[in-house]
Design a protein around this ligand. Structure first.
Ligand code: SAH
Ligand code: SF4
Ligand code: F3S
Length: 474
C-alpha cells in the first residue's frame, strides 16, 4: 500500500492521517532504541515564530515524541529567523554543535524550518555543507510536519519541501502552548510593505488576513482552556481586514475580541505607524481589556531616510501620532524598534533619530545595527555606512534609550498595578515573577498557586528596568 497515494487530499484530515502513521513508525524506532524518543524545538526570531513553534510542538507531541528541555533530544527542530545576518550565523554555528550530538545518537533527526528556509541560497548551502540535516520546510507549510516526518522515517533520505506562496492557513491541528495562561494568535500572515531594508515580505509572502470568525472561535477555545492573555500577531496589524470580504478594520476586530468573556488581557504586535488610525486609538482608550502598550517601530527619525526606507510617514507625522496616542491614553507605554546605520545615514539623520528618542521618551526600544539582506533594495546601495561609524552611533543611541527607559520605569515606583504571574522567580524560591500591563517585569513574594492569575501589586522598588513589589488587596 502506498501511504502517500492513499492520503486524504483535504486538510487537516491529511495531517491527522500522517500523524497516525508517524505514531506507528515512531513505535518501531523506539523498539529499536529500547527507550522513548524525545523532541526539542528551538525558536529564533519574532513572536510569529514563537507561535509557529507551539504548532510544531503540538504535532510532535501528538505523534508521541516526549518534550525535552535540551537540544540533546532525538528530534530537534530549529525554527529559524533571517531578519538580520547574525540570526543566520547563530543557526549555522549551532548546527555544528547539533552534528556533534547526532554522531553519538543514531536515532537523532534534525529538522530546519522558518524564514531562512525561504531563501534559495540557504537551502543550497545546507544541502551542500550540512548534509546531516534530515528535514527542511518553509514558512508556508509548517502544518505539514507530520507528513514530512513520515517521509523521512520511511526513506532516511533528506526530506525537503518548501513552497513559494502562502495558502489558506490550516486550522485545527494540535497546538502545545508554552504557557497555559498566555499565547499568541495569528490574525494575519505575510507583509505587503516592502520596507527597503527588510526581508520579511520575501520570506513570509503577501498579506493574508484570517477570517474574524475563525479568530474569535480560536480565542474562545483558548480562554476555555485557561488563556488569560492573548497577543494578536501580524507584521502590520493595522492593515488587518483590508483583503477580507466584507472588509473589516483592526479596531473592529479588537472591539469584538474585547467582548470575549473570561479574556483578561489583549496585546497586539506590530503596529505600523503609517496606518494606525484614530479609530484604533479611541478603541484602545475605551476598551476593557486591551493593554495600554503600543509597540510603534520608528526605524529612523530622519524624514529623508524614512522616505528612502519606504515607510510612508515623516518625523513630524510620527510625533503627531505619538501626541494623539498620549492624549487619548495618558498612561500608555510606548516601545519601538530603531535601525542605526541605514545606507546613506549622515550624522544629521542620526541626530534626527536621537531627537525623536528625546521627545517621545520610550519606555523601551529595540535598537539594531543595519544588516544588508540579499535581494532587498537597500542591500545593493553603494553608500553603506562604515562599521565603526555604525558602532559609535549605536552606542550613543543605546545610552539615550536606556536613560529614558530608566526614567519612565522610575515614574511608576510606588504605584499599584495589575500583574499576570508567569513563573516562580529563577533565583529566589520565595518570589514569583510576572508582568505589568506595560510588559515590565515585577518580582514579589508569593507561591506557585499564583501562577496564571492576575493580582494587584504595589511596586515598592524600581531596579533599572524591573521592579520588586508586594501584593495588596484591591
Ligand atoms: N513588521 C514590523 C517589523 C518586523 S522585523 C514593523 O514593520 O515594524 C523587526 C524589526 O527588525 C524591525 O522593526 C526593524 O527595526 C528590524 N529590522 C528589519 N530588517 C532589518 C535589517 N535589515 N537590519 C537591521 N534591522 C532590521
Ligand atoms: Fe518588514 Fe516593513 Fe513589513 Fe515590518 S512592515 S515586516 S519592517 S517590510
Ligand atoms: Fe525573523 Fe521571520 Fe520573524 S525573519 S523576525 S522570524 S518573520
Amino acid at each position: 500500500m502506498n501511504i502517500f497515494e492513499n492520503a486524504p487530499q483535504t486538510e487537516p484530515e491529511r495531517q491527522y492521517y500522517f500523524i497516525d502513521i508517524a505514531k506507528d513508525l515512531l513505535k518501531k524506532e523506539e523498539e529499536k532504541a529500547g527507550r522513548k524518543l524525545t523532541f526539542h524545538v528551538t525558536t529564533f526570531g519574532c513572536q510569529m515564530n514563537a507561535r509557529d513553534s507551539e504548532k510544531l510542538s503540538g504535532i510532535l507531541e501528538r505523534i508521541g515524541y516526549i518534550k525535552e528541555e535540551s537540544e540533546k533530544a532525538d528530534f530537534v527542530v530549529y525554527n529559524t529567523c533571517t531578519v538580520r545576518e547574525n540570526a543566520d550565523n547563530r543557526v549555522y554555528g549551532r548546527l555544528g554543535i547539533l552534528n556533534g550530538y547526532k554522531k553519538k545518537n543514531p536515532f537523532m533527526r534534525i529538522a530546519l524550518c522558518g524564514c531562512m528556509m525561504q531563501e534559495e541560497n540557504v537551502v543550497r548551502k545546507i544541502k551542500e555543507s550540512y548534509s546531516f540535516v534530515d528535514i527542511m520546510f518553509g514558512t508556508h507549510n509548517i502544518h505539514e510536519l507530520a507528513e514530512l516526518v513520515v517521509a523521512n522515517l520511511q526513506t532516511n533520505a533528506m526530506t525537503v519541501h518548501i513552497l513559494d506562496h502562502g495558502q489558506n492557513p490550516v486550522e485545527n491541528l494540535p497546538i502545545d502552548r508554552e504557557y497555559k495562561f498566555k499565547t499568541g494568535i495569528n490574525i494575519m500572515f505575510g507583509c505587503n510593505n516592502f520596507c527597503s531594508y527588510c526581508i520579511v515580505p520575501y520570506v513570509r509572502g503577501r498579506e493574508r488576513s484570517r477570517e474574524p470568525k475563525a479568530i474569535i472561535n480560536e480565542i474562545e477555545r483558548m480562554v476555555q482552556d485557561g488563556v488569560k492573555e492573548i497577543m494578536l500577531l501580524g507584521q502590520n496589524v493595522n492593515s488587518f481586514g483590508k483583503d477580507l470580504d466584507p472588509v473589516m478594520t483592526f479596531s473592529e476586530l479588537l472591539h469584538e475580541i474585547d467582548q470575549i468573556p473570561g479574556l483578561e488581557r489583549i496585546r497586539f504586535m506590530t503596529s505600523h505607524p503609517k496606518d494606525l488610525s484614530q479609530e484604533l486609538i479611541d478603541e484602545i482608550a475605551v476598551s476593557k481589556h486591551v493593554c495600554h502598550h503600543i509597540h510603534l517601530p520608528l526605524q529612523s527619525g530622519s524624514s529623508r531616510l524614512l522616505k528612502d526606507m519606504n515607510r510612508h510617514y515623516t518625523k513630524e507625522s510620527y510625533l503627531d501620532l505619538v501626541d494623539r496616542i498620549r492624549k487619548a491614553i495618558p498612561d500608555v507605554a510606548l516601545t519601538t524598534d530603531i535601525i542605526v546605520g541605514y545606507p546613506g545615514e549622515t550624522e544629521e539623520d542620526f541626530e534626527e533619530t536621537m531627537d525623536v528618542v528625546r521627545k517621545v521618551k520610550y519606555d523601551s526600544a529595540f535598537t539594531f545595527e543595519y544588516s544588508p539582506r540579499t535581494g532587498t533594495p537597500a542591500a545593493s546601495r553603494p553608500d553603506q555606512v562604515p562599521a565603526d561609524v555604525v558602532k559609535t552611533r549605536f552606542d550613543r543611541l543605546l545610552k539615550e534609550v536606556q536613560k529614558y527607559g530608566r526614567e519612565r520605569a522610575k515614574e511608576l515606583e510606588g504605584s499599584v498595578g495589575k500583574v499576570l504571574v508567569e513563573s516562580m522567580n529563577r533565583e529566589d524560591e520565595n518570589l514569583v515573577t510576572g508582568r505589568l500591563e506595560n510588559n515590565s517585569v515585577v518580582h514579589f513574594p508569593g507561591d506557585a498557586s499564583l501562577i496564571g492569575s492576575i493580582v494587584t501589586v504595589k511596586l515598592t522598588e524600581c531596579r533599572g528596568f524591573y521592579y520588586f513589589g508586594e501584593m495588596v488587596s484591591e
